[in-house]
Ligand binder design. Structure first.
Ligand code: ADP
Length: 398
């Protein structure tokens, strides 16, 4: 079965075409700047890649352009749209309702409309993507895969905030967590690498990319995660602050900052960028830090310290920990940051082998010493692959 996986943003559609069940990637690409004067379409198939300016006035037109490209590319990747059996959609917020991936029907789209205010930047475009795919590929099964689903097993003590309980009852303000497909994938893969049952292991998974989150996985299920009601809480990220005292916002409001500027400050001007003043990119920062740039070093130090602190907290909540996993652009590639994070964790059973750590960059591998009680793995994330597999499983049942 051929499956199209799409991730729809407010002005873009990222896509990846798979042949399942082999999980062979047939093509990947993106349409960007939708509804602007000139949109841009990229399509990569094997080593061949092409980019072109296109007219895409809306997401429907962008979707049609993607399908045309797949049919017209050199050696046409698909013969006709009828070959696409299902479309898997990345949906950011499934609230408390969606505990796993689902086939989209009218009830699902009505729920997604209802949850728009929980993820106003993401859910409405995700729904637009679903509608565009329903229109262009009416015979295909549409499947929604939620960033929040894996975290719906988090128990109340970890997901209810210590605010007046009515705030939860009235507005459903609670911890939801995100990056769920990534945490689920790497936790399952760590169990495989240890030759253990996926529901028999306790794992701490660190997704460190532009957005960063860490999850405590007990017996294969998420029991706590660092992102909260929104992706702002928790670790230091590229431009998001992560945890800080919320009273700082009241203090700054008194100084004249309005809500829009505080929102932009916390989400777009903080984190690695805000601390360093120069970059949100860990590659730049580690280079600058090595060259003596004090605030770049401070940014990397605060970033690493915060991850270490959460590893300690999640070690406490998990009773026993079998493995620690690094994934995401930083987790997969930045050996020096992994080493900083794990420094001083020997007392809780985490010991990195420096040679192995340096050798594992952008690939899968174990990086702990033989003596380390907790195994440490680097496992590349594969959110699209997980969506393709979930979509295939649900579509194959029909
Ligand atoms: P996103 O969350 O947008 O998917 P990624 O997972 O691609 O982002 O992660 C982006 C981050 O990964 C950036 O901070 C980038 O600097 C970092 N990164 C990528 N490659 C390396 C590398 N070789 N060394 C250090 N950091 C890296």
């Amino acid at each position: 079965m051929i499956i199209l996986v799409i991730n729809t943003g407010s002005s873009s559609i990222k896509y990846r075409l798979y042949r399942m069940p082999e999980s062979v990637i047939l093509a990947t690409g993106i349409v960007e700047r939708i509804a602007e004067n000139r949109s841009r379409l990229t399509c990569t198939c094997g080593v061949a890649s092409h980019e072109q300016d296109v007219q895409a006035a809306n997401h429907d037109e962008a979707m049609d352009l993607i399908l045309q490209t797949l049919m017209q590319a050199d050696g046409a990747i698909i013969g006709g749209i009828g070959e696409i059996g299902a479309v898997g959609h990345r949906v950011v917020h499934g609230a408390e309702e969606f505990t796993g991936s689902v086939v989209v029907d009218e009830k699902v789209t009505a729920s997604l409309e209802r949850y728009a205010d929980l993820a106003p930047l993401h859910n409405p475009p995700n729904l637009t993507g679903i509608r565009a795919a329903q229109r262009s590929l009416p015979a295909a099964v549409q499947v929604a895969c939620f960033d929040t689903a894996f975290h719906t097993t988090i128990p109340e003590p970890a997901c209810i905030y210590s605010l007046p309980y009515e705030i939860y009852e009235k507005y459903r303000v609670r911890r939801y967590g995100f990056h769920g497909t990534s945490h689920r994938h790497v936790a399952r893969r760590a169990a495989e690498l240890m030759g253990r049952d996926r529901y028999g292991v306790n794992v701490i998974t660190c997704h460190l990319g532009n957005g960063c989150s860490i999850t405590a996985v007990k017996a294969g299920r998420s029991i706590d995660t660092s992102m909260g009601f929104t992706p702002l809480e928790g670790l230091v990220m590229g431009t998001r602050s992560g945890d800080f005292d919320p009273a700082i916002l009241f203090f700054l409001a008194e100084k004249g900052y309005d809500m829009a500027s505080l929102n932009a400050m916390c989400n777009k001007e903080s984190g690695l960028l805000g601390i360093s003043g120069v970059s949100n990119d860990m590659r730049n920062l580690t280079e600058l830090a090595a060259g003596g740039h004090a605030r770049a070093k401070l940014a990397v130090d605060i970033f690493s310290y915060r991850v270490r602190k959460y590893i300690g907290a999640y070690t406490a909540v998990l009773d026993t920990v079998d493995a620690l996993v690094f994934t995401g652009g930083i987790g997969e590639n930045a050996a020096d940051v992994r080493a900083r994070i794990c420094r001083g964790l020997t007392q809780i059973g985490i010991e990195i082998d420096h040679e192995k750590n340096i050798a594992v960059v952008g690939t899968e591998g174990g990086i702990s010493t033989d003596a380390s009680r907790i195994k440490v793995f680097v496992i590349p994330t594969d959110e699209e692959g997980v969506i393709a597999r979930d979509t295939f499983e649900l579509a194959a049942k029909r």
